[in-house]
Design a protein around this ligand. Structure first.
Ligand code: ISL
Ligand code: CA
Length: 560
C-alpha cells in the first residue's frame, strides 16, 4: 500500500450556507468559515471539503454553477477564499473544492450561447435532441422529479438535464467541453487547492443511443450511470490535470457497487483517490424515498465487509461517511436521537473512524445533531424535497401529515439547517433570521455545551481523530469481520504491523451478550491477554474477556 496524505486524513465537510454567517444577512459565508478555523483545529481535522462556493443563481444551492472562476456574492469574494486557503494551510489543514462538471447552470455563458441557435459554436457543449411524437426524445426522468428533458422554443429542440431544468448536462462527447473543463481544474490546482470532490461524476458519459429506460430510480439511469466512456473520460481528465499534483480526488458516485467502484479506485487505475459510495446509507430506503424501513444490521455488516475485503485485495481506497448535505442525520436513522442520542452518535462515529478508509465528518455530526421537526411542508427549502412532495401529492396516496413525517425523516434539509454554535437566538449562526428554518433543539445540542462537557460527542470525536493519528493501524490495519451472524453487534479486527484493534459496536438499544469464543478459528490467532481498552462510549475500565455484555449502543476499541 502506498502512503498518501489523504489516506491518513480526516476530512471535515462544510456547507458554507449553513456554517457561520459573518455579516448577519442570514446566509453563512467564507468569512464565517475563517472565523471558525480554531474550532476545526481543535477538533483535529486535516482537510476541509467546501460545498460549491462558485457563482451560481442557486437553483440547487450552488450545484448550478454559472462561473467556475468566480465566487458567489453571498459567500464573499475570491480574496476571502484565498485568505481562507492560506489560513487553513498555516494550520496544516488542506482544502478540497466541490467540482460540479456533469452540468452547469443554464445561466452559464456556455449555455446562454448554446441555446441561441443550432449553429452556435457552443451548441454542442450541451445535449440537444429533437422531440419524438410531440414529446421529449425519450422517457428519462430527472433526479428531482419530472422529465429529464426541457423544450426550448427558440430552436425547437430539447436539452437534457438530469437534475433541475436550470442544470443542463454538459456534452462530454465534445472534446472542446473536456478541454475547457480541464482548464478550470488546472486553474484551481494552480491556485493551491488540494483536491476535489467531483459531483455525480459517474453520470458524465451518456449512452449515445438515448434509448428509453426500463428501470426506476430515476427512469433511464441504466443509460447514464457508469456509461460507456466514463473511465476513458476520467482517465483523460486525471492525466491532464490532478494526477500531476499531490491532490486528493473523491468521486461522488451513485449507482455503484464495490465491483464497479474498483474500476475507479483500484490503485493501478489512477482515476480517483476514493469514491463516495451510497449503498450503506440507503439501507433504510429500499422502497424509495417515501417508504422508511428499519436498518437490518446484518445487511450493513455484509456490505461494509464486502467493500473492506475487496478494497484490500485491490489496493483500493474509499471514503467513510454517514452524513453529508444530501443525507438526513445518521443519529436519527441508524442510531437513536432520543435517550441514547450521545451514546449512539459516538457509536456511529466509532465505526466511521475504525474502518479502513478516509473518514468524512459533516458539520454538526461531531456534536450529534439530529433530524428536524418542521411543522409545515412549506418550511422545506430543498429542491429535491419539494419535487418529491409535489409528485407524491399528485399521486394522492399520502395525507399531509404523512408527507410531513416522511419529509422530516428523509429531506436533505435535515442536514442543511444552520450549525448550532450556542443557545443564543439562531444558535450563534447569525443575528438575523437564517435562510432556512433552524432545528429547534439547538438549546440542548450545541458546540458551546459540548466543549464544556467531559462526555460530549465532540470530545469523543476529538479522541477518535487523535487516536487515528497516533496509531497507524487505524489507517493500514487489515480488516477482519467477527460475529458474522450477530444481528445486534458489529465486531471486527484491524490487524496492523505494531498493534491490532478489536472494535465492538452494539447497534441495539438493549444490553446484549456476545461470546467471542464462538469465533474459534479467528480467536486461535488472537492473544487478548494484555488487551487494553483504548476508548469506550461508556465509563468502564473492564478488561477484555471473551464473553462480554455490551450496554445499549456501546462502542469499544481495544488494542492488543
Ligand atoms: O441527494 C440525493 C438523495 O437524497 C441524490 O439523489 C443526489 O441528488 C445525488 O446523490 C447527487 O448529488 C449531488 O448532485 C446534485 C446535488 O443536488 C447534490 O447536492 C449533490 O451532492 C446535483 O448537482
Ligand atoms: Ca452572510
Amino acid at each position: 500500500m502506498h502512503k498518501k496524505w489523504w489516506k491518513e486524513a480526516v476530512v471535515y465537510q462544510i456547507y458554507p450556507r449553513s456554517f457561520n454567517d459573518s455579516n448577519n444577512d442570514g446566509i453563512g459565508d467564507l468569512r464565517g468559515v475563517i472565523e471558525k478555523i480554531d474550532y476545526l483545529e481543535d477538533l483535529g481535522v486535516d482537510a476541509v471539503w467546501l460545498n460549491p462556493v462558485y457563482k451560481s443563481p442557486n437553483d440547487d444551492n450552488g450545484y448550478d454553477i454559472s462561473d467556475y472562476r468566480a465566487i458567489m456574492d453571498e459567500f464573499g469574494t475570491m480574496e476571502d477564499l484565498e485568505e481562507l486557503m492560506e489560513k487553513l494551510h498555516e494550520r496544516d489543514i488542506r482544502i478540497i473544492m466541490d467540482l460540479v462538471i456533469n452540468h452547469t447552470s443554464d445561466e452559464h455563458q456556455w449555455f446562454e450561447e448554446s441555446r441561441k441557435s443550432k449553429d452556435n459554436p457552443y451548441r454542442d457543449y450541451y445535449i440537444w435532441k429533437d422531440g419524438k411524437n410531440g414529446g421529449p426524445p425519450n422517457n428519462w426522468r430527472s433526479f428531482f422529479g419530472g422529465p429529464a428533458w426541457e423544450y426550448d422554443e427558440q430552436t425547437d429542440q430539447y436539452y437534457l438535464h438530469l437534475f433541475s431544468k436550470k442544470q443542463p448536462d454538459l456534452n462530454w462527447e465534445n472534446e472542446k467541453v473536456r478541454r475547457d473543463l480541464f482548464d478550470v481544474i488546472k486553474w484551481w490546482l494552480e491556485k493551491g487547492i488540494d483536491g476535489f470532490r467531483l459531483d455525480v461524476i459517474n453520470l458524465i458519459s451518456k449512452d449515445q443511443r438515448f434509448l428509453d429506460g426500463t428501470k426506476e430510480g430515476p427512469l433511464g439511469f441504466e443509460y447514464f450511470a457508469n456509461g460507456p466512456r466514463v473511465h476513458e473520460f476520467i482517465k483523460e481528465m486525471a492525466d491532464n490535470t490532478y494526477n500531476n499534483y499531490d491532490a486528493m480526488t473523491v468521486g461522488e458516485t451513485p449507482f455503484l457497487d464495490i465491483d464497479e467502484a474498483l474500476k475507479f479506485v483500484a490503485e493501478d487505475r489512477e482515476e480517483f483517490s476514493m469514491v463516495i459510495p451510497f449503498e450503506h446509507v440507503e439501507l433504510d430506503r429500499k422502497e424509495g424515498w417515501a417508504e422508511i424501513n428499519d436498518l437490518d444490521l446484518k445487511e450493513l455488516k455484509d456490505l461494509m465487509s464486502e467493500w473492506q475485503y475487496k478494497l484490500e485485495a485491490n489496493n483500493g481506497w474509499t471514503s467513510l461517511y454517514f452524513c453529508n448535505h444530501d443525507q438526513p442525520r445518521i443519529v436519527s436513522r441508524y442510531g437513536d436521537d432520543g435517550i441514547y442520542r450521545k451514546e449512539s452518535a459516538k457509536m456511529l462515529g466509532t465505526m466511521l473512524h475504525t474502518l479502513k478508509g478516509t473518514p468524512f465528518i459533516y458539520q454538526g455530526e461531531e456534536i450529534g445533531m439530529t433530524n428536524i421537526n418542521f411543522k409545515d411542508l412549506n418550511d422545506f427549502d430543498d429542491i429535491e424535497t419539494r419535487g418529491y412532495i409535489k409528485d407524491l401529492k399528485k399521486d394522492g396516496d399520502f395525507s399531509e401529515e404523512e408527507l410531513l413525517r416522511i419529509a422530516n425523516y428523509r429531506s436533505r434539509d435535515n442536514a442543511r439547517t444552520p450549525m448550532h454554535w450556542n443557545d443564543d437566538k439562531y444558535a450563534g449562526f447569525s443575528e438575523s433570521e437564517p435562510w432556512i428554518k433552524m432545528n429547534d433543539n439547538y438549546p440542548e445540542i450545541n458546540v458551546e455545551k459540548d466543549l464544556q462537557s467531559e462526555d460530549s460527542v465532540f470530545n469523543y470525536y476529538q479522541k477518535l481523530i487523535s487516536l487515528r493519528k497516533e496509531y497507524p493501524v487505524f489507517v493500514d490495519g487489515k480488516y477482519k469481520l467477527l460475529l458474522e451472524k450477530d444481528q445486534d453487534v458489529y465486531a471486527y479486527l484491524r490487524e496492523g504491523k505494531d498493534n491490532n484493534l478489536l472494535v465492538l459496536l452494539n447497534f441495539s438499544s438493549e444490553e446484549v451478550k456476545i461470546d467471542l469464543c464462538k469465533e474459534f478459528e479467528i480467536i486461535e490467532e488472537l492473544d487478548f491477554s494484555d488487551a487494553e481498552l483504548m476508548l469506550s462510549n461508556y465509563q468502564t475500565d473492564k478488561d477484555l474477556s471473551l464473553k462480554l455484555k455490551l450496554k445499549p449502543f456501546e462502542a469499544d476499541i481495544y488494542k492488543y
